[in-house]
Design a protein around this ligand. Structure first.
Ligand code: ADP
Ligand code: ADP
Length: 226
């Protein structure tokens, strides 16, 4: 079975704009998958539909064989999502932002605290654990979102433009972190508009433009055609 299976997915926003014109995507378990495309191509819309933040107009989405329309509660447990916008409570401390998330998954407090420590340390945020999250820099906020997304140790981590606006040094350390997660078995899906980012990290790639998938191949095969 696939980690993610999307078929003939369409999205028409209120007002009539067709952001997705019937896309098909399959992501294998353990894959490192890039959805590459320019601004406005439909990347965030796709991610939004995957995690049920955006209602689809038509099509089918399955996560490890579970149709999100039939059992979203089950499907959701497989997913950790790092959206583009910072959407945590800025008055909570860094530690609490991560631990509060665990409550939504029914994770016992002691385990949540252990995992929060593990991920905040790995993401170089542990010294900031008692600081209100509004005090963090942009790059730190991005890493906090990653730590929070991992609290239930999801099978699939989805990152929407994780390194947009992040300087090159931090970008490299975030890449290393994400690469390591993938090597330990987590399926990774990231959206990006940098081919270089996809090239550095990913195994398979789909290129989206104006709501359509125009290429779906391995990075190796893609680079041969360029
Ligand atoms: P990307 O993530 O690739 O930049 P998006 O999925 O955010 O692209 O957007 C795809 C298209 O849909 C864009 O033209 C955008 O303006 C439009 N769009 C996104 N969200 C909405 C919305 N809530 N209502 C109407 N149009 C939207
Ligand atoms: P959905 O159908 O998924 O609920 P909506 O079409 O209702 O999404 O749009 C969600 C919100 O985003 C609306 O309040 C809408 O006004 C706003 N929005 C409209 N156009 C855009 C756009 N181009 N990019 C981002 N957000 C938009």
């Amino acid at each position: 079975t696939y980690a993610i299976e999307i078929s003939d997915l369409k999205k028409r926003y209120d007002g009539g704009f067709e952001a997705l014109k019937g896309i098909d995507l399959k992501v294998k378990k353990g894959d490192f998958f890039a959805l590459l495309g320019p601004n406005g191509a439909g990347k965030s819309t796709t991610i939004g539909i995957l995690c049920s933040l955006v209602n689809k107009t038509a099509g089918k989405v399955s996560i490890f064989g579970t149709d999100v329309d039939h059992d979203f509660a089950k499907a959701k447990k497989y997913l950790g999502v790092v959206p583009q916008e910072f959407n945590f409570n800025v008055f909570e401390t860094v530690f609490n932002v991560v631990v509060t998330q665990a409550g939504f998954y029914g994770i016992p407090k002691a385990i949540a605290a252990q995992r929060a420590e593990k991920y905040l340390k790995q993401l170089d945020l542990w010294e900031k654990k008692d600081v209100q999250s509004r005090m963090l820099s942009g790059g730190m906020k991005r890493r906090l979102m990653i730590a929070r997304a991992l609290i239930h140790e999801p099978e699939v981590l989805i990152l929407d433009e994780p390194t947009a606006g992040v300087d090159i040094e931090l970008r490299r350390s975030m890449w290393a972190f994400i690469k390591n997660l993938n090597e330990q078995g987590t399926t990774i899906i990231l959206t990006t508009h940098y081919l270089e980012e996809a090239e550095q990290l990913c195994r398979n790639i789909a290129i989206i433009n104006a709501g359509e998938i125009v290429e779906n191949t391995s990075i190796k095969a893609l680079l041969k055609t360029l």
